[in-house]
Design a protein around this ligand. Sequence first.
Ligand SMILES: [Zn+2]
Length: 393
Amino acid sequence: MSRACVLNSGYLQEIHRGVLLAVVLSTLAARLLLRSTFLALAVLLAAANLRASDDPVVLARAGLGAIEAGRFGDALDAFTKAAAMRPGDASMCFGAGVAAFMLGKDDVAQRHFECALTRNPEFLSASTWLGDLHYRAGRLNEAISIYEAALRRSPEAWEVRRQLDNWRKELLLQSRFREVRSEHFTALFETASDEALARDVVTRLETAYRRIGDALGLHPSRPITVLLYTRAQFNDITSLAGWSVAAYDGRIRVPLSGAAAQPEELDRLLSHEFVHAVVATVGGRTVPAWMNEGLATVLEPGGLEPNPAQPTGTSGRSDVSKLPESFVGLSARKAETAYSSAARAVRHLIEQRGVATVVALLTDMGRGTPFPDAFQSRVGMRYEDFAALVAQH
Ligand SMILES: [Zn+2]
């Protein structure tokens, strides 16, 4: 079966590869690290009255540690306080922006990235994260102008140049698009002859909105955009593997050909992508792929019933705690196993603890609790133990 996925790999890879930390360190902590010796000394000398919460250097170091540990709520607090104490320091604003972005607090993140660029207009990473934020919100013009400004200041930034070329092509395509709206969705499509199809898509999405919203007890108010493409346009814009039939990266993207032309398949993939939008709204951007894809799969129409096509033995199953952070780069065969394992795990979780527990877990993550801690407190066991149990079940 073809699968639909959530595109969240870029920034997670950036954080996990340590690139982000290197960026923050290079602008902030080169100075701080030099100072750390003196700081340690100062702590020793003045332990009685030096309170960590009063010192921007200590706060920034705590913020970096929190980002590294996935405690984005703590990181946001620490960097926000540090930024206020050091009004000239762009990296404090950047750290706060990254933490807010990961929590899915886009308005807060935007403000902090803009603060970083006001303090230091040459701060390339602040530009790329801010541009990406606008792009994911569908504000292509803003994304492009931020990248253009960044490129004028850093003409050697080839990755920025390549991304800018892609966004300009996408803007050109999108400028020809028409739109239809329903209460919660806006569909964008290219040719007038597809208008009936676009109306059909938003109608199906409204049905999914009610069904899934009622099941989860969540009804997002922010309108969601769905872009309808030809397969060639979809491939060009998303660069996804051939097995993927839709994507969510802040907006839902669907190629209207092949599988999507069948009503049941269209309902399945629209429901699936809508769940990704809900997960992003409630849980932010750190929800593990198995949880995100598993929930999206079980909330497809009929998805809570066990899939009769799935293998009855345990071969073909994966321990979800060992699955990659994004399914996007998997081969078709590995993706099939990953999605069905993720769905089994989430189905099991819902059967054992109820859907409200899953929603509570996502809500905790959106407030900054790292996934392992949220899982343990809401489910009452370590998620690795849960995953191993489900894999053998
Ligand atoms: Zn998906």
